[in-house]
Ligand binder design. Structure first.
Ligand code: HEC
Length: 83
């Protein structure tokens, strides 16, 4: 898959905002804005969340994702580089 499409193909934007673009339900986000993520989270934390979101926040509605390992690196680098 074209890596630039990973975020769209998995519909992350249904719950998140990245680069100021995405879904807002009512006045509050379902998920959270991912902008500035790198300032808040380590790469290890982001990867851990994809593999097992329950470990990060129990009861979360975010599903687990298992990307091919190269894709996992790519999406993580992308997310932590969002301004
Ligand atoms: C069904 C809704 C939903 C979808 C789809 C979803 N997420 Fe999430 N995500 C959440 C919620 C809700 C949170 C934060 C609160 C929580 O943990 O419950 C979260 C948290 C995160 C965090 C941690 C944010 C932080 O500040 O620590 C990252 C990174 C993330 N999501 C990335 C993604 C990516 C990338 C995708 C697509 C592959 C995705 N999410 C798809 C709902 C979703």
């Amino acid at each position: 898959m074209e890596r630039a499409l990973i975020y769209q193909a998995h519909r992350c934007g249904a719950c998140h905002v990245a680069n100021g673009v995405g879904t807002k339900v009512g006045s509050s986000l379902v998920g959270s804005s991912l902008d500035g993520l790198g300032a808040r989270r380590s790469r290890e934390c982001v990867i851990g969340r994809f593999l097992d979101p329950e470990k990060c926040s129990s009861g979360t509605i975010m599903p687990p994702y298992r990307f091919a390992s190269g894709d996992m690196e790519w999406i993580t680098d992308y997310l932590v580089s969002l301004p």
